[in-house]
Design a protein around this ligand. Structure first.
Ligand code: ST9
Length: 625
C-alpha cells in the first residue's frame, strides 16, 4: 500500500467550487480542456502518483543514489527509476508546455492542483522531471538556436538544472565568482565551482542541460558586480548536433565533483559541479551559449526561480496533507486511555485517541493548515491563470502579475515553515513514540520537508522579498487590492450569520497585519539617510520584522480563504448532498472556524511586538551571544 494519502476531494473543491475554475475551461487558451477532462486529469494523475510514483518513495530514501567520484557519475536506485519512467512516459508534463513545443496548454491551477499528487507521493520525481519546463524558459528567452535546443530537450527527455549557488554565494547570488570567457565561434567557456545543484548528475537521461549564472569577462559594459553583472548560459553535459539533437560523443567539461549526504530528500542528487577546471583531471573546457545572446541573467533565471518557489511551497503543502491523512487514519485506530469524562474510573472502556481533546485539537490544526495552505496555493494559481488568459487576449495583466508576485513568498515561505513545523510537531506527535520509527512515513516526511524552508530562498529571503519588493517596490498596490478583498468579505454577511464571529476576528486580524506593515514602513522611512532626522540603523528594525510579516500575512490570507471555503460549504449544505459530502462540508466549516479562532487573536500579540521592536540587539557585542 502506498504511503501517499491524497485529498482529491479537496483539490476538486478548491478547483471547481471555491475558485470556479470551471468557468475558464473550454475557452480561450484552455479551449481543449473542458470540466470533464480536467476532472479526469486530476484523478488520473492522483492514481498514477499513489500507485506508481509513491511505490519507490521509501526505498529511494533507504537506498539513495550512488556517487562514483572516479567517473563523476551517479547511479540512481532502480525502483526510483521505474517511478520516474512512469511519470515521464505518461507525459502529463506536457500540460505545462505551449502548443508550439508539443504541449497542451492547461490552466496553472490545473497544473499545480495535479502537481500536488506527484509532490506528495514522491517529490524528487517532479524535480528530476523538470527538463521540459526548463526547455520552455529556454524557448521563451532564447533566439532561434536556443528554441531549437529547447525542442531537443523536450523530444529527448533531457533533464536540466538551475545553477546559481556557489560555496560563498548562497542567498547572496550576486557574490558569485564563476566566470564566462567568450570564444571566437560565439560560444563561451565557463569556469568556476557551483554548489547545491539539484539533479546535476544521474543516469535517467541521455543529457543534462545546465542553466548557469556566470560573470562574462572581457566584454565592455557587462559582467559588473552583483546580480546584475551575471549572464545566463546553457551548458550541456554532452555536446550535441544543434540541428538534430544527436549527441556527438564528446563530453563537455561540466563535471560533478561531489554529491552531498543529506538529512532528507536523499534521492534528489544535490551536487557540486565544477565547470572547466583542469583539477577535475578531465581537462575539457565547459562550453556553453549565452541564452538569447542577451546579458540579462538574473532576470532570466528568476523565470525559473519563480516556478521553483511555487514548486517548493506546493511540495511542502502536499507533504503536510499526506502527513495529516496518515495521522488521522492512525488516530482513528489507535486505542489508548479512557474518555476524559471517565478518567478516574480505571475500569472505563478504552477509546481511540480521536476521543481525546488534545488529539482533536491537534488533528484540526493539521487539517486547517493542510487545507488552508492548499487554498493559498490554488488561489495564487488563479492569478497565474489570469496572466495566461490576459497574455492571449492582449489585456493588461499588470495587477494579476503583482498579486501573483505578492503571494509567491507566502506560498514558499509561509507554506514551507507552517508545513514543516506542523508535520514535526502535531503530525508526528499524533503517532506518539511510533512517529519516531521508520514503520510509518512521518519521520521521512519530516526529514524530507525541512529543506523546503531552506532552498529556493530561505524564509528570511522570502520575508525581505515580501516587504521590500512585493510591498514597497510595488507601492502597496497588490497588497491594497488583497486587503480590500479581505475587508469586503469580513464586512459581508458571508455564512448567513454562522460565520459572524469568525468574520469579526478576520477583520481584527487584518487590522493588526496592516498596523504591523505600517510600523515596518515607518521604520523604513525613518531610516532614510537623506532625511536630516533619519537614522540608517532603523533599517535593522525593518529586518527584525520581515520574517514576522510572512507569518502574519500568511495567517490572515489563509483565514480568509478558509472562511471563503466555509461559506461555499454552508451554501452547499443548504441543498441536498450525499452523506460523504455532508461530512466533507461540515469539516470545511469546522476547520475554518477553528483556524480563525485559534490564529487571529494571536496577531494582536505580534502587532505589539512589531510596534515596539527593540533594535538594541544589533548593538549587542557578539561575545554576549
Ligand atoms: C535552489 C534549487 O535552491 C532548489 C531545488 C530546485 C529544484 C528544481 C526544480 C526546478 C523547477 C523549475 C522548473 C522550470 C520552470 C518551468 C516553468 C514553466 C512551466 N521575482 O533585489 P535585487 C531579479 S537554486 C522576480 O537587487 P540582489 C530582478 O531581475 C538557488 N525577479 O537583488 C531584479 O532586478 P530588478 C536558489 C526578482 O540584492 C534582480 O533580480 N537561490 C525577484 O542583487 C536584482 O534584484 C535563491 O533563490 C523576484 N522575487 O540579490 C537565491 N527578486 O530589481 C535567494 C529579484 O531591476 N536569494 N529579482 O527587477 C535572493 O533571492 C536574493 O534576494 C537576491 C538578492 C539574490 C535576489
Amino acid at each position: 500500500m502506498s504511503h501517499f494519502k491524497s485529498n482529491l476531494r479537496d483539490v476538486e473543491f478548491n478547483f471547481f467550487e471555491l475558485f470556479g475554475r470551471g468557468e475558464i475551461l473550454g475557452k480561450g487558451p484552455f479551449e481543449e480542456i473542458d470540466a470533464d477532462t480536467a476532472r479526469s486529469i486530476l484523478s488520473e494523475i492522483e492514481r498514477l502518483a499513489r500507485e506508481d510514483l509513491g511505490a519507490s518513495f521509501e526505498d529511494a530514501d533507504r537506498n539513495p543514489p550512488v556517487y562514483d567520484p572516479a567517473q563523476h557519475s551517479v547511479t540512481m536506485p532502480p525502483e526510483f527509476k521505474k517511478s520516474y519512467d512512469a511519470w515521464m512516459n505518461a507525459e502529463w508534463w506536457r500540460l505545462q508546455l505551449p502548443e508550439e513545443l508539443g504541449g497542451q496548454r492547461a490552466p496553472a491551477s490545473l497544473v499545480w492542483g495535479s502537481a500536488e499528487f506527484v509532490l506528495g507521493a514522491n517529490p524528487a520525481i517532479w524535480m528530476f522531471a523538470t527538463g521540459p519546463g526548463f526547455a520552455r524558459i529556454v524557448f521563451e528567452n532564447g533566439n532561434e538556436r536556443d528554441r531549437q535546443i529547447a525542442q531537443h530537450m523536450i523530444d529527448r527527455h533531457w533533464s536540466a538544472t538551475m545553477v546559481l549557488t556557489e560555496p560563498d554565494a548562497g542567498s547572496d547570488v550576486g557574490a558569485g565568482r564563476t566566470k564566462a570567457f567568450p570564444n571566437e565561434d560565439g560560444t563561451w567557456n565557463i569556469e568556476g565551482v557551483k554548489r547545491f545543484i539539484t539533479s546535476a548528475e544521474h543516469d535517467m537521461a541521455d543529457n543534462i542541460m545546465h542553466l548557469v549564472l556566470a560573470r562574462p569577462q572581457g566584454v565592455e559594459g557587462v559582467g559588473g558586480p552583483g546580480t546584475k553583472g551575471l549572464s545566463l548560459f546553457l551548458v550541456p553535459k554532452h555536446h550535441f548536433d544543434h540541428e538534430t539533437g544527436e549527441l556527438t560523443g564528446e563530453r563537455n567539461g561540466a563535471y560533478v565533483t561531489n554529491v552531498e549526504k543529506k538529512m532528507g530528500l536523499k534521492v534528489s542528487s544535490t551536487c557540486e559541479v565544477t565547470f572547466g577546471d583542469s583539477s577535475t583531471g578531465e581537462g575539457q573546457p565547459a562550453r556553453g551559449w549565452l541564452l538569447g545572446e542577451v546579458h540579462d541573467g538574473i532576470n532570466q533565471m528568476f523565470r525559473v526561480i519563480e516556478n521553483a518557489r511555487m514548486m517548493v511551497g506546493a511540495k511542502a503543502i502536499a507533504t503536510l496533507s499526506t502527513g495529516y491523512l496518515n495521522a488521522l487514519e492512525y488516530a482513528k485506530e489507535r486505542v489508548q486511555g479512557a474518555d476524559l469524562t471517565q478518567a478516574s474510573d480505571k475500569t472505563a472502556p478504552r477509546v481511540t485517541i480521536t476521543h481525546h481533546p488534545d488529539v482533536r485539537r491537534s488533528l484540526l490544526t493539521q487539517k486547517a493548515f493542510a487545507e488552508g495552505l492548499r487554498s493559498l496555493a490554488m488561489y495564487t494559481t488563479t492569478w497565474q491563470d489570469d496572466i495566461i488568459m490576459k497574455g492571449v487576449s492582449g489585456e493588461d495583466a499588470t495587477l494579476s502579475e503583482a498579486i501573483n508576485d505578492l503571494l509567491l513568498p507566502l506560498v514558499k515561505g509561509y507554506g514551507s515553515e507552517r508545513s514543516w513545523v506542523v508535520l514535526g510537531t502535531e503530525t508526528l506527535q499524533t503517532f506518539g513514540g511510533s512517529g519516531f520509527l521508520q514503520d510509518y512515513p512521518i519521520e521521512q516526511y519530516v526529514r524530507d520537508a525541512k529543506i523546503d524552508t531552506l532552498y529556493e530562498g530561505t524564509t528570511a529571503i522570502q520575508g525581505q522579498d515580501l516587504f521590500f519588493r512585493k510591498i514597497v517596490k510595488d507601492k502597496g498596490q497588490a497588497l491594497g487590492y488583497l486587503a480590500q478583498e479581505i475587508e469586503q468579505f469580513a464586512a459581508s454577511d458571508a455564512g448567513n450569520g454562522r460565520l459572524k464571529v469568525e468574520r469579526e476576528l478576520l477583520a481584527q486580524g487584518l487590522g493588526d497585519a496592516q498596523a504591523i506593515i505600517g510600523a515596518i514602513f515607518a521604520d523604513l522611512m525613518s531610516a532614510n539617510p537623506a532625511d536630516e532626522n533619519g537614522d540608517i540603523t532603523n533599517i535593522y528594525k525593518v529586518g527584525l520584522n520581515t520574517t514576522r510579516l510572512v507569518y502574519v500575512l500568511g495567517d490572515v490570507v489563509v483565514a480568509w480563504l478558509l472562511l471563503r471555503g466555509a461559506e461555499v460549504a454552508l451554501d452547499k449544505l443548504g441543498g441536498e448532498v450525499s452523506t460523504a459530502d455532508q461530512a466533507f462540508y461540515e469539516g470545511k466549516i469546522a476547520a475554518a472556524s477553528f483556524f480563525t479562532r485559534q490564529m487571529m487573536p494571536m496577531l494582536a500579540g505580534e502587532r505589539a511586538i512589531a510596534e515596539n521592536i527593540d533594535g538594541s540587539i544589533m548593538e549587542l557585542d557578539e561575545a554576549a551571544f
